[in-house]
Design a protein around this ligand. Structure first.
Ligand code: MSP
Length: 508
């Protein structure tokens, strides 16, 4: 029976112009979703839009639009983006949907019933842009304007009646949870950050707002709407039809295996979210991975900073797979990464056109000219052939470990090394010099094609459209794609005919 795997991206604050940071979180999650599927898992990959709160309410007003109509329009832009990024998501959730309101209301009721929520008064700093409360020592004064030290977003003073969640009560349980689940937060550097934040003392968290209306009403007091983060985080449950705990989706997929998020929203996912869940008696997710930021110059790329590289424009100019490859390969996963069109062009030329594209082109053209694209029935591997083919077998468990530790950097390094190795094999074996020895000629062609097939399977989660094109030319369809076949040396059917492929990546 297939094992289940639940992976999520953050649900996005819809904005008219999605940027590269948004594309990045989604592409990374898609990478894991696709890998897990070819590993044989039954994967549920969720994304969507986070539509409540003061930020959205204000944005709708600025655009002179009814708030829900505004959300409908811009949520659609993010839904369209999932297609443009070739994401394999199984669902797209909107927090304005009834299924979500039902689930968030249920969580609230449980927390209130268990005495985890109480009414009091909040006075302190709030950033509408981050939808976050900040304490005095988390803000600074720049030219007379108060702003958050971590995000640089402006903060405003808020004083209003508010419900509070007893976060302080969960401090010790959280620390215990982190130590019992040592890989709950990755990478390790971020885990340490979170632990020291929790150890420094947690204060109760304001979880409702009274001064505006755009949110899910607090069930017991409709003067209040729920704090947008309590509302938003619950989306991960709503998509599984929570509160129906007998629902197949909920039973199969909760607790989530992996929340992919950016480091700016780590505290919400690694502190508040497990605390809400522990308090509600629901199992916390298994892992939260906080990736770094896409930078432009030395600054986080964001709408408010106006330094956005438009993913749609990049896709139009260079194509989607080059962008996916570039983001996954060149931004060291877990760290911040500075991206530019120049670096993207270099990456396309060196890795995709020269290394991978050229390998496929050369071998397939050679097979066309010398074997009429026909795979010979008789193949006789030398020890050298067997040794290069069996690298995949030797690395099989390690590759799975890379995936399970979210070590994308090692995964892609392995691919790049194998691309060089396959190119070198073809050069060194020089089949053009062996035309008189048909058996050897055919064996070199076959070995090279098998090497291409193996590496292409590993490339599939990164550049799915291109990989499928190559695999289809060997008669392999997406539905038959299995990671475990990388250890097979005789997978491409003997006696079959492969198909010619056009140029995969044009040099720039
Ligand atoms: N709505 C919240 C998430 C709620 S999840 C229950 C939110 N939305 S967001 O649209 O602002 O950000 C969505 C994701 O994009 C976050 O993971 C964030 O870290 C990521 N990025 C936004 N800008 C980014 C970069 N410049 N670089 C990389 N990712 C960053 O937060």
């Amino acid at each position: 029976m297939a094992k289940n795997y639940y992976i999520t991206t953050p649900i996005y604050y819809p904005s008219a112009k999605p940027h590269m940071g948004h594309a990045y979180s989604s592409i990374i999650a898609d990478f894991f979703a696709r890998f897990k599927r070819i590993q044989g898992y039954n994967v549920f990959y969720l994304t969507g839009t986070d539509e409540h709160g003061q930020k959205i309410e204000r944005a709708a007003k600025e655009n002179n639009k009814d708030t829900l109509l505004f959300c409908n329009e811009i949520s659609q832009i993010f839904k369209d983006l999932t297609k443009k990024l070739n994401l394999s998501n199984n669902d797209f959730i909107r927090t304005t949907e009834d299924r979500h309101k039902k689930s968030a209301t249920n969580i609230w009721n449980i927390l209130e019933k268990k005495g985890e929520i109480y009414l009091s008064k909040y006075s302190g700093w709030y950033s509408v842009s981050d939808e976050a409360f900040y304490s005095e020592d988390e803000i600074e004064d720049i030219d007379g304007k108060k702003q958050s030290i971590s995000s640089g977003s402006p903060v405003e003073w808020v004083e209003e009646e508010s419900y509070f969640f007893k976060l302080s009560k969960w401090q010790e349980s959280l620390l215990k949870f982190y130590s019992e689940n040592e890989n709950f937060i990755l990478p390790i550097s971020r885990k340490n950050e979170v632990i020291s934040f929790v150890k420094s003392g947690l204060k109760d968290l304001s979880v409702s707002r009274k001064s505006f209306k755009w949110g899910i009403p607090v069930p017991s007091n409709s003067d209040h709407v729920m704090y947008v983060w309590l509302d938003a985080l619950t989306n991960y449950l709503s998509a599984l039809n929570y509160p129906n705990e007998n629902d197949k989706l909920y039973k199969d997929f909760w607790p989530a295996d992996l929340h992919i998020i950016g480091k700016d929203i780590l505290r919400f996912h690694a502190v508040y979210w497990p605390a809400f869940l522990l308090a509600a008696g629901i199992k916390p997710p298994k892992r939260v991975y906080g990736h770094g930021w896409i930078l432009s110059g030395d600054q986080k790329m964001s709408k408010s900073k106006g330094n956005i590289l438009d993913p749609l424009q990049i896709i139009q100019t260079y194509g989607l797979d080059p962008l996916r490859y570039y983001l996954i390969k060149e931004v060291s996963f877990g760290n911040d990464g500075n991206i530019s069109e120049e670096k993207l062009e270099n990456c396309i030329n060196s890795d995709l056109a020269n290394n991978y594209g050229n390998l496929c082109q050369r071998v397939i053209s050679f097979c066309e000219k010398n074997a009429n694209l026909k795979i010979s029935e008789s193949i006789n591997f030398t020890d050298n052939d067997k040794s290069i083919l069996s690298i995949y077998e030797k690395k099989f468990d390690e590759i799975l470990k890379f995936i399970d530790k979210q070590d994308i950097n090692s995964y892609i390094n392995f691919i790049v090394t194998q691309l060089f190795a396959a190119n070198k094999y073809f050069n060194d074996e020089a089949p053009w010099k062996k035309k008189s020895d048909e058996l050897r000629l055919n064996t070199i062609i076959y070995t090279s094609l098998e090497l291409i097939r193996k590496v292409t399977i590993l490339l599939y989660p990164i550049i799915p459209a291109t990989s499928l094109k190559v695999l289809k030319s060997f008669g392999i369809e997406e539905k038959d794609l299995k990671f475990e076949t990388i250890i097979d040396h005789n997978y491409i059917k003997k006696g079959s005919k492969i198909k010619k492929i056009g140029i995969l990546f044009k040099k720039i």
